[in-house]
Each structure stands twice: as structure tokens, then as C-alpha cells.
Design a protein. Sequence first.
Length: 289
Amino acid sequence: MRNFLLAFAIFLGWSIFGIWYYTCKTKNLCIERPVQLEEAETIRSNQNLSVLADNGDIIFQFDDQLQINNKNGSVFIPQRLMRFKDSIFHYLNKNQDKELIIKGFYKSREADSNGSYGLQRASFIKRLLVDHGINADRILVKANQEGYEYSDEGTYNGGIEMLVNTITKERKVEIDKSITNKTLYADFGSKEFVPDNTLKAFTAELKSYLDRNPDKTVNIIGHTDNVGSAESNTFFGAQRALNVKNYLISQGIDANKLKNSSQGEAVPIASNDTEEGRAKNRRIEIIVN
């Protein structure tokens, strides 16, 4: 009986080997098929838009979601989500050691001459935030190839991930460069001076910088276009610089660190022959020494 079982086991083993050899070696039917990339990707949840801290905690969570499409790198923002710009704006102003990272999702086939749709989608959101007044140097954009499915209409609720990161020493050096040499554009000469978001954000950054560098001083220089007389433009440039100086003082910056002056129409940076050029020349230049 024992010999029979041993013989049967040997026979069974050779049979299995023979079947494997015939199937895999002779017929080549055992070649491993590569897994399609998008099938292997992680499917992301399309839950409501949130902004995460670098430790994974939720800083903000909103009651709607951004929407991407399969035709281009633009992002649709529902009206009820527009307040996300204010939330990020105020958070970064309050937390000067933080920066925002925006990740745009894309599929492997989604790329054109401008790069991946993921990078375009992240850059789309960055432009909105910069236009809202946030320093562009405190926003990084990245692209992530992800697995997700578009609806029959070619849309996907999601596609953008945002997280807040602590600024490294190397990045801080880069950001400080934009603070120490800044050009601002706004209606600084209006009778009722109202600071825009760009000035508000810059003021918070400048205050933080001066706290870290107490030996520094700030020059505020007003510039104008060439409409009107040179004398009146020198006056308007001085008034705009003074408005900015007074605002900086009102936000807690030491008046003794601030100097204001005007160069009027004398130093244009664009042609005064077009409205676009004149708008560029009407500016406030802030230099930290």
C-alpha cells in the first residue's frame, strides 16, 4: 500500500509538471500580462473639498467640490465654494511659516503641448488665489497621475488636492526675496483709500519679516503715468506712497522703519502710449534695505 501511494504521488507530480511544461513552455500561455497603469492606480474619493495640514489633519472642509473635465485643464468652481479663497487667504496671513501645495489629478493620456492636465488644473487654482491677493511664491503646484472615472458628461467631482506645509529654510529665503522687493498695483490715490487683498497679504508678510530682521528699513516709492503735469504727478505719487505708509503703520509696523517718497512719472516701466502701459506705471515700489 505504501509503495502504491508513493508511486501515485510521483505519477501525480510528473503529470502536473507535464501539463505546466506543455502549457507554459510549448504554448507560451503563462506569460505574465502587464497591468494597465490606470487599473493599478488608486481610485480617489470625490468627497467635499478640504485643505489638509502636513500631519493629515483637516484645516478646512467645505460643503461642495471642485469639478474637472476630460477636455482641458480648467476647473469649475461652484458658487458656494468661492469662499475657499478667503479661507486660505486668511489662514496664510495668520500663519506666516506655512505655504500651500496644490495637486492636480490627471490620467495617463491627459497631456498636451502645455504639459499634463494635472499641472494645468493646479495652476488654474493657483492663479485664482494669486488674483485674490495671495503671494504666488507661497503656492506650489504639482501634478498627480490618479485613477478616477469621468461621468457620461465628461466631468469628475474632485481632481484637486490642497494641503498646507511648513516652509523650509531654503523656501523661506526665496519667499523673503519677493517681500524685500515688491511692486503693488491698486487705486492708491483714491480719496477714500481702501487696501486691497494684495496689500493686506503683503503687509502681514512684511511685518513678519521685520520682526525677524529688526535692523531693516523700508522705502515706499510712488510712481505714476505721464498723464498731467510732472509736478502734479510727483504729488500724486507722494500721496499714494503716504497712503500705503499709513496703512502699514495702522497694522503695527513701526513708523520709524518706514520712509515714503515719490518719483512721479520719471521712472516708467512700460510705455505710456497705451492704457495697459500706463496702468503698469501707476504703482507702488517697496524696497527693504
